[in-house]
Design a protein around this ligand. Sequence first.
Ligand code: LLP
Length: 382
Amino acid sequence: MNLSNTDKFNGIRTPFYYYDTDLLRKTLQTINEETQKYDNYHVHYAVKANANLDVLSIINEYGIGIDCVSGGEVEQALRAGFPADKIVFAGVGKSDWEIELGIDKNIFCFNVESIPELEVINEIAARKGKTANVCFRINPNVGAHTHSNITTGLAENKFGIAMEDMEKVILLAKTMNNIAFKGIHFHIGSQILDMGDFEALANRINELQDRLEATGLKVEIVNVGGGLGIDYDNPQDNPVPDFKSYFETYHKLLKLREGQSVHFELGRAVVGQCGALITKVNYVKQGSVKKFVIVDAGMTDLIRPALYDAHHKIVNLTSDAPEETYDVVGPICESSDVFDKDIKLNGTKRGDLIAMLSAGAYGEIMASGYNCRQLPKGYTNL
Ligand code: LLP
């Protein structure tokens, strides 16, 4: 991402998120180029990664659909101009009002995660005299080589319907007057860089499709979820994720039946690299064994390091002094309020501007007001 001109940040209250829209557009362009190689590949951007309205409007320009996990996300997607018939709506615990909203707006599909949820969707749809399209989220029991907090496709996780119940649930759906069964949905985890994990999922989907076919059950939609990771270590070298290998992996392995469409729910890979958290240095403090750079951003603005031991590359935008070793920490009253330890930065002083890179996904959207702090703003046009 381009952060060479820091003059444009003058006068903006720190910390804030800055989004490089050229990089976002390049990423979206690449996604479209790669998916257009194959018939019936559709990407739904996972809005949970970043719901900034300006960012969403740009994504919508590229004709990409949207994946929501709450009524609030559905509302935000509609506000940003996404057509309702490109909304998929997932989540293990949808409330009645959220289901009503989806039905009222005629969304493309609910990704349903349990029988009790299916029954409620059927009831609400019946009350409204409508039919709801549903896919079932199947828990494929496929592991992913990523942090345990962001693995979702194992039998022990709360997500999805157990594989052994798959036929039972589909047959039940078919008996319901206000449900249209459309397909199957999966998601094995996030920040996945090993294509082998997606291969394992594709193979598992093939097995399931064989099983369904043997029972005479027809599937129109195969939704493989998201999860493609980004390069947090070298964002400058790899600003656009490897979409080519990602879509190619599914294309090579997934055995599709006639008329089936494949849907993807990518979040991090779409927006991760285009965003940075910009923060100012409040103090540089020499401790007894360490030197601390204390910035005005905290774990309230970017929680990933505290929550997942994540590393975001940190750079000093306003110094070219010789490098020194620092711990970069925030002002929050928690010892986990640390962005990184023992990292090299150009010699840093009070007032310098620091950027935490690759923060476009699960950054601004996960900010909180803990310590009565203001939420950081996100800017696209500076
Ligand atoms: N589809 C479903 C059903 C999901 O649960 C998720 C993410 C996605 C799609 C999008 O996954 P992505 O393409 O972004 O990997 N806050 C964590 C990540 C949590 C991901 C939750 N689900 C982080 O900061 O690493």
